[in-house]
Design a protein around this ligand. Structure first.
Ligand code: BEZ
Length: 336
């Protein structure tokens, strides 16, 4: 009888242990979800139908999924938080966490970003995208450290084209004297000056009215932004020169990033990489569709022989290779 009682007791203890183990297992699962929670803000200048906004939405989704909901992101598109200069200041001070800021604007704050604007450096977007992962491209991102910013990655929105209000420019010499909208970026302004144009550094939201009213004769743009901003309504000619790539720089406030655990940093890095991969893959597949859309809307879409620009490419390389060793390394690595 006593033996039977002992067996009963052992069974009871064993069952109790199993229950405790089961209990602690069910506690262990939510434990994976615990950790710091974040309500991030991200700012950029493009409209919500531009690829960079879609990439921001992808980033938001990736953060949410990879962190089991701990990382939430509020996106402020279309210059809601001001100009790119304002946004970079906000990121640097920490009042905004993330930004997708044009490398063109960044070239006015950190010279090595100029390297991305060496004319005709990459054959196509895929080739430029492959450069993202190189040491020299990472060195350029690293130059933001001293501004309180961590550069995370690059997001591409196609390559640059030239739009003209009512003159079909067929060769560089035809640019002479044209009032031409160029982003406020020293290398871009310089390139157009060398072509004989008079660069006007208008921010994106002012460009439509400027070309409509004849304040400018043309603009440096990408096909995506040409469609999303409806420039086909005010510019008759689109020369698909693809003369420069057009990355934005994905960035985060440096202190915010450095305070995170290694696991959370990895979630940020992996999520931004997924968003950048998504952007370039989607955008590469849209080139023909965008040209057709603009053609169907009445814009004359044409090409200009790249060879005609050889002297201007040489001039650009010679000038900027001397200004910064990282620019020299970048051009030497990718110029074929
Ligand atoms: C521009 O300033 O030309 C621009 C900026 C962001 C996306 C596309 C174009």
């Amino acid at each position: 009888m006593r033996r039977l009682r002992n067996v009963g007791l052992s069974l009871f203890v064993f069952t109790l242990m199993l229950m405790i183990a089961a209990c602690s297992n069910s506690v262990a699962k939510p434990a994976a979800k615990t950790g710091e929670t974040y309500n991030f803000k991200l700012a950029h200048i493009t409209p919500t139908d531009h690829m960079w906004h879609k990439a921001a939405e992808k980033f938001k989704k990736e953060l949410d999924q990879r962190s089991d909901g701990r990382m939430q992101l509020e996106i402020y598109p279309a210059s809601q938080l001001g100009t790119e200069a304002d946004m970079v200041q906000q990121i640097s001070s920490g009042s905004v966490d993330f930004g997708f800021i044009t490398a063109a604007y960044m070239s006015s704050r950190a010279e090595s970003f100029t390297a991305w604007f060496a004319p005709y450096l990459f054959k196509d977007l895929e080739e430029a995208n492959a450069a993202r992962d190189t040491e020299v491209a990472k060195k350029i991102l690293g130059s933001l450290d001293e501004q309180g910013i961590k550069g995370l990655d690059y997001l591409f929105a196609g390559s640059r084209v030239m739009l003209f209000k009512d003159k079909e420019v067929k060769k560089p010499e035809d640019m002479k004297g044209l009032s031409f909208r160029v982003t406020q970026s020293p290398p871009l302004q310089d390139y157009y000056k060398s072509l004989g144009a008079s660069p006007e550094s208008l921010p994106l939201p002012e460009v439509y009215a400027a070309i409509q009213t004849g304040v400018i004769d043309g603009m440096d743009m990408d096909l995506d932004a040409t469609i999303t901003n409806k420039y086909h309504e005010v510019a008759k000619y689109g020369a698909v020169t693809n003369h420069m790539v057009w990355p934005s720089v994905a960035m985060i406030n440096k202190v915010t990033y450095e305070k995170m655990s290694d696991g959370d940093k990895k979630i940020i890095d992996d999520s931004i990489k997924a968003a950048a991969d998504f952007a370039v893959k989607t955008r590469s597949a849209q080139e023909d569709e965008f040209k057709k859309t603009l053609s169907d809307k009445g814009m004359k879409i044409y090409e200009i022989d790249e060879k005609l620009f050889d002297p201007y490419i040489k001039k650009f390389d010679e000038k900027y290779e001397q200004t910064d060793p990282v620019i020299k390394e970048f051009i030497e690595t990718f110029r074929k």
